[in-house]
Design a protein around this ligand. Structure first.
Ligand code: HEM
Length: 472
């Protein structure tokens, strides 16, 4: 495989920057969860911050950025006509916390939405304002400025403030380099490995997807506001497209039980005399994730973490690791993107299928004080973008991470984010299979290392659609 070019054909000025950029140099993040109390003032405020919203074009905001996303209740609170609201796709309109969605995502038991601290279709959560800044001091000034702006505008309350950060080495709380495998949106101008070049419409509505079709997009069913700001529906309905250059954002607060994770890895790999075996412990954890802590791939470096900067994404499984002897079939990485070795398909067909189930991940670490606990909670503010929630995020979580019937595996689920089918007694003991010769190895009795603490689905519109929303 090779790194290929990806000529810039999209109107990057119209796309909110986070879809294309990870802002690796802006280490601090914050989120304001907002409630609209008065639509007119809220729209005036949106108009005011419009120039600050970062676009995907060469960033004008190298020191700080703002992004804005909406829940269905937010669109309603701004006064969007009911028919126009109804044109949004069902998963977004229904929200993340329906009974069916909880079942397929594994949001039951400890993960149940009624235990979450925020989101879960909370009627008051209307918008999220996302901040990035280069350091803590810059973030503090930025938040003060925007708090003042909100107070002055009136008509919007901050219902919750949350903070996150990116470690300079980009490691998530279990200690693994994250954010490496990312799709490249065709037309974004960003080059990358051929496997990662994905049709624009998988991430941005109004463009063709990997099925060579336009993804479902919300349309203007009733004329409202300044519709001249909207693009025509590229699929040819003759209507205006509210989705053009926009996408959907999944936001989930995922607590990580870091001590339990490493205690488990340690317990399973102890020497006969009971002492710890550091190398074996790290290797087992790497087999579960599918990369070494440095981010190096197990396919390219099966025995030992080479360290350094060998964390590229330019690999497949079909040629070097068809039997999962290097990177286990059930590892987090291989499950959630089987790349060129999915089921019985040949390489080409496999890539064709897996490219239809990709997400752009923008997760960052958070730490939060929780009353009654002596240690701060730590975890991931998981954020991903996709044009189709059902075929991308939900498919990955349900059909790959939670699936205990995956080919070559017997009853395993994703050891990082998997949730066993409710009421399946065989899963109580927890099993993870490591393909090996002459026989497979198994570890079992793992506890869940991640718990969901909050979350919701958001519409992440283009910059011109945010402008349009100020006119409805
Ligand atoms: C606390 C929760 C999570 C942790 C600790 C975690 C950790 C990681 C790590 C360390 C990587 C490897 C780095 C990379 O390739 O970028 C990775 C990759 C990935 N994760 Fe997660 N992750 C979490 C949640 C999720 C969720 C909720 C999903 C989707 C449902 C997901 C989907 C993926 C995908 C698609 C990849 C890239 C696979 C590939 O393209 O090879 N992760 N994750």
């Amino acid at each position: 495989m090779a790194i290929i070019s990806n000529p810039k054909t999209l109107d990057l000025n119209d796309i909110q920057g986070m879809v294309v950029r990870g802002y690796g140099k802006l280490l601090e993040t914050a989120y304001f969860l907002l409630e609209v109390n008065d639509a007119k003032s809220a729209k005036a405020w949106m108009h005011d911050i419009l120039p600050l919203i970062d676009s995907a074009d060469v960033s004008n905001h190298s020191e700080k950025t703002l992004h804005l996303a909406f829940t269905p209740k937010g669109l309603n609170a701004l006064g969007m006509d009911e028919k126009n609201q109804a044109s949004f796709p069902v998963p977004f309109r229904e929200g993340v916390a329906t009974e069916d969605r909880s079942r397929i995502l594994g949001d039951y038991g400890e993960n149940a939405p009624n235990k979450w601290r925020w989101g879960a279709n909370d009627g008051k959560l209307h918008m999220v304002l996302i901040f990035h800044a280069k350091d803590k001091a810059a973030m503090s000034t930025f938040l003060d400025e925007e708090r003042n702006r909100l107070a002055k505008a009136g008509g919007i309350s901050i219902i919750k403030e949350m903070k996150g950060y990116l470690r300079p080495d980009n490691k998530e709380p279990f200690g693994f380099h994250d954010g490496i495998s990312q799709p490249m949106i065709k037309g974004s101008g960003r080059p990358g490995p051929e496997n990662d070049l994905i049709a624009t419409g998988e991430f941005l509505m109004g463009h063709k997807n990997e099925h060579d079709q336009y993804p479902y997009s919300p349309l203007l069913e009733t004329d409202q506001g300044n519709s001249a700001l909207l693009k025509d529906d590229a699929a040819g309905s003759g209507k205006k497209d509210l989705g053009h250059n926009g996408t959907f954002m999944v936001f989930r607060q995922m607590e990580q039980h870091v001590d339990d994770f490493w205690e488990y890895m340690n317990d399973k790999t102890k020497n006969e005399d009971g002492s710890s075996n550091e190398d074996a412990k790290i290797k087992l954890a790497a087999k579960c994730i599918g990369r070494w802590p440095s981010g190096a791939s197990l396919v390219n470096f099966p025995d030992k973490d080479p360290g350094g900067d060998l964390d590229n994404d330019d690999f497949g499984y079909a040629d070097k690791d068809p039997d999962g002897l290097r990177c286990p079939y059930g590892s987090h990485l291989r499950r959630n993107n089987p790349r060129d070795a999915f089921r019985w398909y040949d390489k080409k067909q496999s890539l064709k299928v897996t490219k239809r189930h990709r997400i752009i991940r923008r997760g960052r670490t958070y730490e939060e004080k929780v009353s009654g606990r002596d240690k701060d909670e730590i975890g991931l503010h998981f954020i991903c973008f996709n044009a189709n929630l059902e075929l991308q995020f939900e498919f990955i979580q349900h059909a790959w991470a939670n699936n205990n019937q995956l080919r070559h595996l017997s009853n395993d689920i994703d050891i990082i984010i998997g949730v066993p089918p409710e009421g399946n007694p065989n899963n109580e003991k927890g099993q993870f299979t490591i393909q090996a010769e002459p026989v497979n190895q198994y570890v079992d009795s793992w506890k869940r290392f991640v718990t969901i603490r909050g979350g919701d689905y958001f519409f992440f519109p283009s910059i011109s659609v945010i402008n349009y929303l100020t006119t409805i």
